[in-house]
Design a protein around this ligand. Structure first.
Ligand code: SAH
Ligand code: DHB
Ligand code: MG
Length: 218
């Protein structure tokens, strides 16, 4: 199996069941026009995030790593009336593109982009959040895990992106600090009695990677 097949299957599924509406293509187009890197989640992955958040009735969602707001639009679509999404972004240009994308998608009222390093911004947030999507600097994942735990309640769910990285995650001798961050995350999860977790390997239009899901409260 190859990248070509994974992309073709994502196209097939997008057309048939994922069915992203035009707001998503608009957001990607604006992000690309602004020169942002093309590293947003795929539509199928974004829809999975939306469905997870909807299935658990999440009213308060925190994202770390906004980019152009693509994954945040999926997640904000999951919010019930009165719900809110806060997303943290280090790069002011990314934040500006995301705010424009939220406005275009009719989500300006329910979303808030805060600019700064995620870990610096988190102590000022009012928890608890029901659902977390962690997708910023990977070497920070162990710190984000701790900080999210502080902002959680029993029943909260965390999803971490990019936790398989072409299988590099099993290389104990790696010097890649991003992979080291993910490996430390797994160690910390394993040592934390308050959570239960799994990781799912994924293939698709964005290659071979994965999601880690953490439930607070066993
Ligand atoms: N969640 C987005 C993709 C995020 S890409 C989507 O799927 O649509 C990762 C983002 O994290 C980039 O925009 C990058 O600028 C941001 N980032 C990097 N380091 C960060 C930090 N320390 N705090 C917050 N955001 C950070
Ligand atoms: C990168 C970051 C991501 O969050 C992602 O999903 C894919 C790639 C990156 O920094 O290269
Ligand atoms: Mg990612």
């Amino acid at each position: 199996m190859s990248q070509k097949t994974w992309t073709a299957v994502d196209d097939y599924l997008d057309d048939l069941i994922v069915r992203p509406d035009p707001a998503f293509a608009d957001a990607l187009e604006a992000s690309q026009a602004a020169g942002l890197p093309e590293i947003a989640v795929t539509a199928a992955q974004g829809k999975l995030l939306e469905l997870m958040a909807r299935a658990m009735g999440a009213r308060r969602i925190l994202e770390i790593g906004t980019l152009g707001g693509y994954s945040a639009i999926w997640l904000a679509r999951a919010l019930p009336a009165g719900g809110r999404l806060v997303t943290l972004e280090y790069n002011p240009k990314h934040a500006e593109v995301a705010r424009a994308n939220f406005a275009r998608a009719g989500l300006a009222e329910v979303t808030e982009v805060r600019v700064g390093a995620g870990l610096d911004l988190m102590p000022a947030l009012n928890g608890p959040f029901d659902f977390f999507f962690i997708d910023a600097n990977k070497e920070g994942y162990p710190d984000y895990f701790r900080a999210c735990l502080e902002l959680s309640r029993p029943g909260s769910v965390m999803v971490f992106d990019n936790v398989i990285r072409d299988g590099k995650v099993i290389d104990a001798a790696t010097t890649d600090f991003l992979v080291r961050g993910v490996r430390q995350l797994y160690k910390d999860i394993a040592a934390e009695p308050r959570v239960s977790a799994t990781s799912i390997q994924t293939v698709g239009a964005k290659g071979y990677d994965g999601f880690c899901m953490v439930l607070v409260g066993r």
